[in-house]
Design a binder for this molecule. Structure first.
Ligand SMILES: *[C@@H]1O[C@H](CO)[C@@H](O)[C@H](O)[C@H]1NC(C)=O
Ligand SMILES: *[C@@H]1O[C@H](CO)[C@@H](O)[C@H](O)[C@H]1NC(C)=O
Ligand SMILES: *[C@@H]1O[C@H](CO)[C@@H](O)[C@H](O)[C@H]1NC(C)=O
Length: 350
């Protein structure tokens, strides 16, 4: 209890300190690369054959450039991180990027992507984590980005949620993971794959890497409806995520131990999703989506009513967070409130 209050207090303090520190800031890293799923995607699915794309209104209603393919009403977490790192513009999506942009950063994230290749296959095309790392390889080689520079860039990764949502807990398609693995075994299996991909990224020059854990997926409006009986967080789903996060933390300790020049850090978005932190940050709607979502769907219906006070909502649609929630995650990762052993700020300067 006291821990929760303390944490909530830290969040608010960090957010205020950062708000004051906004404004002109020197760019802290020469380049920033983004990998992951819809939480980080900023338009890579727009031209893919998939139902997981959001380049239509009301997505982007609070974003100056309108609907871009970001899964939110406004900025996503990498947008805030780019701002905090002092970049003068957001990191461009891989789709449509020129190799030259690999000198300053590219966002490879793709909605529905998983650690496992087959994850989300029933939703259509997506760029899996493995494919994103291949794309990165192609871009940095084509652009001839020097290794010495790649070692000074920031890398953030948010992957794994779909391996639960659109694989392990997805009924009615021939996903076999829940029949094959217990929660602990599945976590080990996923982390084994994750380890191989991270090694590739390390060989490609990644040294300052922030790995985002999986959030309380059981508390998304989608999972409350499908696995929580409509009555609050689906405990089983959150329970399945915990060993994954635990092993992910161990994985980055392994990198930091084995490679003395590696600075890998873990961003915990699971623990901070609690009523006290939400209340302290002014979120009053923590289980309902802000936009209109048709029954059985999870993304916003096009051009349908949305909530007025977006700032008070955690969830924008049935799985993705609002700009306000994204801001607090990014700010606290930057300040180190939810990131260890390194804050994003210290990753940048170390
Ligand atoms: C898009 O995907 C659907 C379903 O997987 C498939 O039936 C259709 O042929 C695909 N369209 C194109 C243009 O590839
Ligand atoms: C489960 O499915 C995957 C991918 O579709 C396949 O490679 C694997 O052999 C299957 N495993 C079992 C135990 O059926
Ligand atoms: C770290 O070293 C241990 C012991 O040599 C090894 O088993 C493990 O695979 C290494 N991990 C990585 C990520 O290289």
């Amino acid at each position: 209890m006291a821990g929760g209050i303390f944490k909530a207090f830290l969040w608010v303090t960090a957010a205020m300190a950062l708000a004051m520190a906004e404004g002109a800031r020197a760019q802290l890293v020469p380049c920033y690369f983004v990998f992951g799923d819809s939480v980080f995607d900023n338009g890579n699915n727009n031209d893919l054959n998939t139902s997981v794309k959001v380049n239509y209104s009301p997505y982007g209603i609070d974003f100056a450039r309108g609907p871009t393919g970001r899964f939110s009403n406004g900025r996503n977490i990498p947008d805030f991180i780019a701002e905090l790192m002092g970049f003068s513009d957001y990191i461009p999506p891989f789709a449509g990027a020129s190799p030259e942009q690999a000198h300053t950063g590219i966002n490879y994230a793709s909605g529905a992507a998983g650690i496992l290749e087959e994850t989300s296959y029933h939703l259509g095309d997506r760029i899996s984590f493995g494919k994103q790392i291949q794309n990165h390889q192609t871009m940095i080689m084509t652009a001839n980005v020097p290794l010495e520079k790649l070692e000074r860039c920031l890398y953030t990764i948010n992957i794994g949620s779909n391996d639960f949502l659109n694989n392990y807990f997805m009924q009615g398609y021939n996903y076999n993971t829940s029949r094959t693995f217990t929660y602990d075994q599945y976590a080990e299996f996923l982390i084994g794959r994750y380890r191989s991909y991270l090694k590739l990224l390390y060989v490609q020059g990644a040294r300052k890497v922030a790995l985002f854990g999986v959030s309380k997926l059981g508390c998304t409006p989608r999972m409350i409806a499908s696995h929580g009986g409509g009555l609050g967080c689906a405990a089983e789903v959150n329970k399945a995520v915990e060993p994954f996060n635990k092993n992910l933390k161990a994985l980055l300790r392994e990198f930091n131990t084995n490679f003395t020049d590696a600075k890998f850090t873990y961003v915990d978005i699971f623990t901070s999703q609690n009523p006290l932190a939400y209340a302290a940050l002014g979120f009053t709607e923590t289980e309902k989506s802000c936009c209109t979502v048709e029954s059985g769907k999870e993304l916003c219906a096009a051009n349908k009513p949305i909530c007025e006070f977006r700032r008070r909502y955690v969830y924008w649609d049935k799985v993705h967070s609002t700009e306000a929630a994204n801001m607090f995650v990014a700010d606290s990762a930057f300040a180190g409130v939810n990131a260890f052993p390194y804050s994003l700020a210290s990753l940048a300067i170390l």
